[in-house]
Write a protein that binds this ligand. Sequence first.
Ligand code: ADP
Ligand code: MG
Length: 353
Amino acid sequence: MRKNKLNKTLGIIGGGQLGKMIGLAAANLGISCYFYDSDKNAPAQKISQLFFNYSFDNKKKLEEFAKYCDFITYEFENIPLNTLHKISKYRKIYPGIKALQISQDRFLEKSFIENLGIKVTDYKKVNSLDDISKTLKQKFKKGIIKTRRLGYDGKGQTIIDLNNVENIKLKIKPNFYILEKLISFKKEISVIAIRNKKGEIKTFEPTQNLHKKGILRETVFPAQISKKCSLSAKNIAKKIAKELNIVGIIAVEMFVLKDESILVNEIAPRPHNSGHWTIDACNISQFDALVRSIFDIPIPQIKYLNNCKMINLLGENFNNYKKYLNKKNCSVYIYGKNKIKTDRKMGHVNLIL
Ligand code: ADP
Ligand code: MG
């Protein structure tokens, strides 16, 4: 059963907080949202008009889901590619399958970006402890081993140097890890680029990100970097958006070095935690921008209404949200997860500066 043409529907794969916030933005534009997630308690379930709670390899249900929707988007990188291929037989998927495929694998991701002439952190595919020792000896002394796939919020990462290679507890499997040089960066920033169906690209201004234990804690707009550095960062994000041919948004995480040169860390072709500030500090948010690109709705010039600090509420400090509720410069967002866990993103606060 298709909806009549006036009532458009967006299908969102993944019902986490990002999916939920895409859904809310779509609702503001009169678009209905259907979600697909294998977790029946996913936060977006609370706002979903139709919630498909099936596994990501249920071919029949994926097909049914796709046919209900006009377009499909996804909210996390680690969706099996097979799922998307099954859906793409019926409906267009944005920001795009190629972008997702590349961002799912750190090795493909870094090689792709490097081939565009954009600098990335020094990295190497490593298949054995011997490879790791050699790379540390020959290329850089300190590094981070990262799983190529399925890592997020610093998961699957181990800092390593020549002195502790022998003690490393990882079982090194072929094609499973990369080793990256440990960078002593001056700042971490990110840029979100928006690309519409005509290929026009805009970006939000860079923001400055503070991570601890690999997890984003705070994002501040504006980033404390020079105009020149900001321009380079935006141009890098634009180039990646163009070359990946996305429709929608893509976040590009970067390291800024002492001399203000930039290394790209990673990309995410979806809304990003470091873009939540746009909900309260801009005329359109990253979520609005994604929905507008998908449905070919004009995207205005981005206006910055306020400076802003976004603070993540993780499991261990979740109860802090109470202290922000009654403050006039704070907007509190609670994701509605069913269990509080240490390091789990439970909500965020946008503090207008
Ligand atoms: P995830 O997919 O988990 O976000 P990232 O590669 O972005 O993985 O790593 C998480 C955080 O760990 C980064 O934001 C940064 O603070 C730190 N980090 C990652 N790689 C490096 C590196 N090569 N050198 C220094 N710090 C790093
Ligand atoms: Mg990251």
